[in-house]
Design a protein around this ligand. Structure first.
Ligand code: BDR
Ligand code: CA
Length: 313
């Protein structure tokens, strides 16, 4: 099997960290060309730091980390310390990273990589707000047709939103960026809240990760314990939803997910529903499908995959 070349754009976040572990644990299938940090869950200084902490924990200090946008295209920054803690990666004691970010910025790295690699061979994986990708597409529109696929965690349909009643966090933080990305003609695969809310970090599932007994597994368990407390306290749910690893799981085992090709547009004006993903699931408009929008996942299969790959780190 040919390894899939990917760029991961991320704002770690404990669930972003789980996604990165899944990717680093899957070197037979995935070649990580670079990792780009974006402001999101916490400011960029923290997401860049956290990203490098995860690379080192996974045994990859040679990975290339690039820093991107400091804030959304034209809105004030919104962050989610209430979920992820002050640093964005609260929950485990880890040393500060020794790795430094690359000098080149994330936007230029994305452009240069897509221009250099053969057309249709690079997949973009986004785990945070879409600011970096929108900036790259605006600066270099020629890269859009060169992207093989963009797989993102973002949006919601029947599950509504998690930061406002209508909007999911990654889209809400930078809706103008999302609008640019959704209109770029790139094949999109979307992992919305509809999917991720089916992936609760239930005790029995986390115990299997803990049983691996390795340092990365132990740290992941500590991060998940911190991350899930928000949902457990607020909703009394059996664990928290593991959002971002769905993106990497899709690359490894697409058969875990099912959805439908349809049109998805982003609301950028309405005060009440800004950042909403307007999903034409029933094809009631003539708008052209621009995305594969997932709705269901084999949750046990997903956790088996995650556990097995974290065990390889
Ligand atoms: C998304 O927002 C962030 O808090 C998570 O890391 C995930 O990417 C879920 O809405
Ligand atoms: Ca994220």
């Amino acid at each position: 099997m040919q390894r899939r070349k990917i760029i991961i754009d991320t704002d770690p976040g404990q669930d972003d960290a789980a996604a990165l572990m899944l990717a680093f644990g899957s070197p037979d299938e995935i070649e990580i060309l670079g990792l780009t940090a974006v402001a999101g869950n916490v400011p960029l200084s923290f997401t860049s730091r956290n990203l490098r902490i995860v690379c080192e924990l996974c045994g990859h200090p040679e990975a290339k980390v690039y820093e991107g946008a400091l804030k959304p295209l034209n809105r004030p920054q919104v962050t989610a310390e209430h979920v992820h803690g002050k640093t964005g990666l609260d929950g485990a004691e880890l040393p500060e990273p020794t790795m430094l970010p690359q000098e080149q910025n994330a936007i230029d790295f994305i452009i240069e990589t897509l221009r250099r690699e053969p057309e249709g061979t690079v997949t973009l994986c986004t785990l945070g707000p879409l600011t970096n990708i929108a900036m790259a597409l605006t600066k270099a529109p020629d890269i859009a047709p060169r992207v093989k696929e963009l797989v993102m965690m973002g949006g919601g349909f029947s599950e509504g939103g998690n930061i406002t009643p209508a909007a999911e966090f990654n889209i809400y933080v930078d809706p103008e960026a999302a609008k640019i990305v959704f209109g770029a003609g790139i094949p999109l695969v979307i992992m919305p809240l509809d999917v991720t809310h089916q992936l609760l970090t239930r005790k029995a599932r986390v115990e299997k990760i803990a049983a691996l007994g390795t340092r990365p597994a132990q740290v992941l368990v500590e991060w998940l314990a911190f991350f899930e407390r928000f949902d457990i306290e607020k909703y009394g749910s059996d664990g928290g939803p593991l959002h971002d690893p769905t993106v990497i799981a899709y690359l490894l085992k697409p058969e875990l997910f099912s959805g439908r090709e349809c049109n998805v547009e982003i609301e950028v004006e309405s005060e009440l529903t800004v950042g909403m993903t307007v999903v034409d699931w029933w094809r009631v408009t003539d708008r052209k499908p621009n995305a594969t929008f997932m709705r269901t996942v084999d949750a046990d299969g997903f956790f088996e995959l995650l556990t097995e790959r974290v065990g390889r780190l």
